[in-house]
Design a protein around this ligand. Structure first.
Ligand SMILES: *Cc1c(COP(=O)(O)O)cnc(C)c1O
Length: 393
């Protein structure tokens, strides 16, 4: 067998394969250029068209586009009424933006530990963390696998809580036959280049609640409400707000990308299927779990190391895979272990054992529609080479 690249052998690949990448074609570029040549480059007709098309795709009444997924989450937290002293329950295994959106509204993120299989927030842990100050439950569809939305809805209805679903990993995912976006009070998507479709930066909230929709639009635009009866120029600041708007040319890109979403998802699922088939045969790793009543869309593909079967830790395996030019990553360090959350909210190591155990063993492999089947085989070869080298006999 070949020597590992980290020990001086020839790497599996000559160029680094990133963990995620956008797929932009000439038709996408032309769609953007067309708007740039028009009169409206910020608040033009493409925004509403993009909102309408995404809402239709997900089977939801209303959509409000934002300058990023983070901005969308921030607006949703504000519109849900989170303010000083309120609590929102979320998962520690997510991108920082999820918890930051709660703290930006003045709320406290209260974490609930994850399930071992789907790596999503555990409903029983949510129940344990509810207090009189809880206002929102904020589940994340980790890696593109929908959270336990039925159970979370039951809890929310019983306690009068609002559900904001962070579906930034899960555009196009399905839960019991329904598209993600139609299941929570408000659902957030991101259109960052590593996500399923891109607008450069961009995000969106989907909702079936007309009042939420209005408030989200107002929050996105400085809290401004126009009152033409008072005069054609007249507007008032009716609530808190920001400038969280997206541009028209970004939405033109989004519209062009949306046409390819189903193909992008199919490609991700094909690559994941190939990984699952090849990697389940390696004893030292655990491959992702997918419930049979969901359609997972693999924003990321995460393997977990079986620490007891390996001679070295995650860091060594990670470095060895990078040396093979596989752009592995880690998603994510649990939020409660970040210094800001430790010092402001008193969290510490040991608070969320499942999340911490997961973090110590997780490695994200490259997955994105534009990678070729050969790229996928490189990943399989590199993982097989590195993990079997370090496996105990
Ligand atoms: C990407 C992402 C966000 C933020 O989206 P941006 O568009 O990058 O601001 C929020 N939550 C999760 C889980 C994400 O993956």
């Amino acid at each position: 067998m070949n020597e590992l690249a980290i020990h001086g052998g020839t790497p599996v690949r000559t160029r680094l394969l990133p963990y995620g990448h956008q797929w932009i074609e000439e038709e996408d570029i032309n769609a953007v250029a067309e708007v740039l040549r028009s009169d409206w480059i910020t608040q033009g007709p493409k925004i509403e068209e993009f909102e309408r098309k995404v809402a239709e795709y997900c089977g939801v009444k209303y959509a409000v586009a934002f300058s990023s997924g983070t901005a969308a989450l921030h607006a949703a937290c504000a519109v849900a009424g989170i303010s000083e002293g309120d609590e929102a329950i979320t998962t520690p295994i997510t991108f920082a933006a999820t918890a930051n959106a709660i703290t930006c509204s003045g709320g406290k993120p209260v974490f609930a530990d994850i399930r071992e299989d789907t790596l999503n927030i555990d409903s029983n842990e949510i129940k344990r963390r509810i207090s009189p100050r809880t206002k929102v439950i904020l589940p994340v569809d980790f890696a593109g696998h929908p959270a336990d939305l039925n159970e979370i809805k039951t809890i929310a209805e019983e306690k009068g809580l609002i559900i904001i679903e962070d579906a930034c990993h899960a555009l196009g995912a399905e839960y019991e036959g329904s598209k993600v976006g139609s299941l929570a009070d408000m659902t957030a998507f991101s259109f960052h280049p590593v996500k399923h479709i891109t607008t450069g930066e961009g995000g969106m909230i989907l909702t079936n609640n007309e009042e939420f929709c209005q408030k989200l639009k107002t929050f996105r635009h400085h809290g401004i409400v126009h009152k033409p009866n008072e005069g054609p120029w007249y507007y008032e600041i009716s609530q808190s707000g920001h400038n969280l708007r997206i541009t028209d040319f970004q939405c033109a890109l989004g519209l062009s990308q949306l046409k390819k979403l189903d193909f992008f998802i199919q490609r991700r699922r094909e690559i994941a299927a190939r990984y699952n088939e090849a990697l389940t045969k390696i004893d030292g790793i655990i491959t992702p779990f997918e419930e049979d009543f969901v359609k997972m869309v693999y924003h990321i593909y995460v393997i977990q190391l079986r620490a007891e079967m390996l001679k070295v830790g995650r860091k060594e395996i990670f470095k060895a895979l990078r040396a093979e030019n596989i752009g592995v990553n880690v998603h994510y360090m649990p939020i409660h272990l970040h210094p800001f959350y430790k010092s402001n909210f008193g969290y510490k190591r040991g608070d969320y054992p499942m999340a911490e155990r997961y973090y110590d063993r997780a490695i994200t492999l490259p997955i994105f529609p534009k990678m070729s089947n050969d790229d996928a085989e490189d990943v399989v070869r590199a993982v097989r080479r590195v993990v079997t080298y370090y496996q105990v006999e």
